[in-house]
Design a protein around this ligand. Structure first.
Ligand code: NAP
Length: 255
């Protein structure tokens, strides 16, 4: 049985999946460090969680993950606040973008920077701490779209999500054969879960689950400390495999 990883830091906790996972984890008695740029949202979430659950600690910090020095500083502050971190969920992300070669470089670059380079900074900061403690659980939020190259506005987004999944796998590879380390790495590949990011995407609604259902499925896989999982498992575990192996011309019509 995996140990209880009590103290959890979540980036991008001001809305959607980050806030949803915070609600599920708080109900299970975890202490939380919540970060994002919109601190008013974090403060409201902290007040809600502290009122609903006795005995938990919730600290909040303003953090723009694109400011890499701030990532390291805020993680250190959260470590001090909670007396160490047992789990870090690299969740902050965005889905801006446009077809490559159509003048959308600024949006594509922003997505690449936040979803990949900033995720790298978060993984560095988390793993430094976990190596020091010889324990910890790194969770990276990828996407089912990472299974293949995706067309049009999703091209850069899907590439960043494939990138973070490979980053996590490489970190996991570094841990193989290292004795005396209780460090695990989990990659989650969410399908469509209601959040601000996909508020306006109508064709997704048939397969979309509500935020709470999606976040419960995510937390169940996180607590099982699996190496990777599509979430919710149905329909995304089988659909993910179809996306991975179907001809590209079919994949582009599926998304
Ligand atoms: N919902 C889905 O169906 C789905 C599917 C696959 C993967 N995902 C992934 O799940 C993660 C969460 O997305 P979501 O669906 O919950 O979307 P969301 O509701 O838009 O939430 C995105 C979160 O990321 C934060 N964020 C964005 N840019 C940031 C920055 N530069 N610095 C710090 N925080 C930043 C936002 O906080 P602030 O704006 O307050 O900073 C917000 O809390 C993302 O990585 C996304 O790619 C979602």
């Amino acid at each position: 049985m995996p140990v209880m990883r009590k103290n959890v830091l979540i980036t991008g906790a001001s809305s959607g999946l980050g806030a949803g996972m915070a609600r599920v984890l708080a109900a299970k008695g975890h202490h939380l460090a919540l970060t994002a740029r919109r601190v008013d949202r974090l403060e409201a979430l902290r007040d809600e969680l502290l009122a609903a659950h006795r005995g938990i600690e919730v600290v909040v910090h303003a953090l723009d993950v694109d400011d890499h020095d701030q990532v390291f500083a805020v993680f250190k502050q959260a470590i001090t606040d909670l007396g160490g971190l047992d789990r870090v969920i690299v969740n902050a992300g965005l889905g801006k973008g446009g077809r490559i070669g159509t003048g959308k470089f600024a949006a594509n670059r922003q997505t690449a920077q936040t979803n990949f380079v900033a995720a790298l900074a978060q993984c560095e900061a988390a793993m430094e701490h976990f190596y020091e403690r010889r324990a910890g659980h790194l969770v990276v939020i990828s996407s089912v779209s990472a299974m293949r190259g995706m067309p049009s506005s999703m091209t850069t987004y899907a590439a960043t999500k494939a990138g973070v999944a490979m980053l996590a796998e490489g970190i996991r590879s570094d841990l193989i054969g290292r004795k005396g380390l209780d460090i695990k790495v989990t990659t989650l590949y969410p399908g469509y879960i209601a959040s601000e990011m996909n508020d306006s995407v109508e064709q997704e609604t048939r397969l979309m689950v509500d935020t709470e259902t999606g976040c419960r499925a995510m937390v169940a896989k996180i607590e099982a400390e699996v190496a990777d999982a599509a979430v919710p498992s149905w329909p995304w575990a089988p659909l993910g495999q179809v996306i991975k192996y179907a001809p590209l011309g079919i994949v582009r019509r599926m998304v």
